[in-house]
Design a protein around this ligand. Structure first.
Ligand code: KIV
Length: 263
């Protein structure tokens, strides 16, 4: 997947879309060598890379820094970057400055959370030639309003709100929407009603694609285990055991060996 047009094509052809996050050059290089379709430089970087409890600490400068690092080695994989907390809520001019920083850093598209109250911003970004990915459901930048990271859209009123927001984002010209932590049935309904592809995370199997945080699927933080994550490798155990082997080799004088030294 190289361009925004591939998203529509994948949905039309019934091909599921796979996306992962990346925040740095070395992991982006690995993703670039995989068959995963696209990369998101998520504002989850604030949590995964910087150790914060929420994504709220991400700034435009932080997102631009991570986007530049990923863009240097993602080898043409479609690259989306997150507009961080409040960066698109301070008026159109401030939002476009933030978009400019991310696109000039190498993003081909931006993602932003919610829609109510910033419809004009979404319209202006799309109208400025920058593809926009929407994001509804559990929008982590609103974690304080939700009172924690909890499934959204469980009652009829919330379900109807997300359905309306999904249609609004489509009408505003978004190329895709992330549905995060909503009941599978609601995600399936939104997916069937929209022409644009939906990308789920904790939204069940009936979306047009899935996104996972790379470090979750690599099992790099066992303390973070939401129900929707599938770990494909016990990364923490594998990496820790490599470190312990190195430690033992150093301490028992097995490293470096003759082939690892200069004469
Ligand atoms: O920041 C992020 O990683 C995200 C995805 C998990 C959707 O927004």
């Amino acid at each position: 997947m190289n361009t925004v047009r591939d998203f529509a094509r994948f949905k039309a052809e019934g091909h599921k879309i796979s996306i992962v996050t990346a925040y740095d050059a070395w992991s982006a290089r690995i993703v670039a060598h995989s068959r995963v379709d696209a990369i998101l430089v998520g504002d989850s970087a604030a949590m995964v890379m910087h150790g914060h409890q929420t994504t709220i600490a991400a700034t435009v400068a932080i997102m631009a820094l991570h986007t530049r690092a990923v863009a240097r080695s993602c080898a043409g994989k479609f690259l989306i970057a997150d507009l961080p907390f409040l960066s698109f809520r301070k008026g159109i001019s401030a939002a476009l400055t933030a978009v400019g920083a991310l696109v000039r850093s190498g993003a081909q598209a931006v993602k932003l959370e919610g829609v109510d109250g910033h419809e004009d911003v979404v319209r202006r970004i799309v109208g400025s030639g920058v593809p926009v990915m929407g994001h509804i459901g559990l929008t982590p930048q609103s974690v304080n309003q939700f009172g924690g990271f909890r499934v959204q859209g469980k009652n009829d009123a919330d379900g109807a709100k997300f359905l309306r927001q999904a249609h609004a984002l489509e009408d505003l010209g978004c190329f895709s929407i992330v549905l995060e932590c909503v009941p599978a049935e609601l995600a399936a309904r939104i997916t069937s009603e929209l022409e644009l592809p939906t990308i789920g995370i904790g939204a069940g199997p009936n979306t047009d694609g899935q996104i996972l945080v790379l470090h979750d699927l690599w099992g790099l933080d066992p303390s973070h285990a939401p129900r929707f994550v599938r770990r494909y490798i016990d990364g923490e155990r594998v990496l820790t055991s490599a470190l312990n082997e190195y430690d033992a080799d150093v301490k028992e004088a097995r490293f470096p060996g003759p082939g690892e030294s200069y004469s």
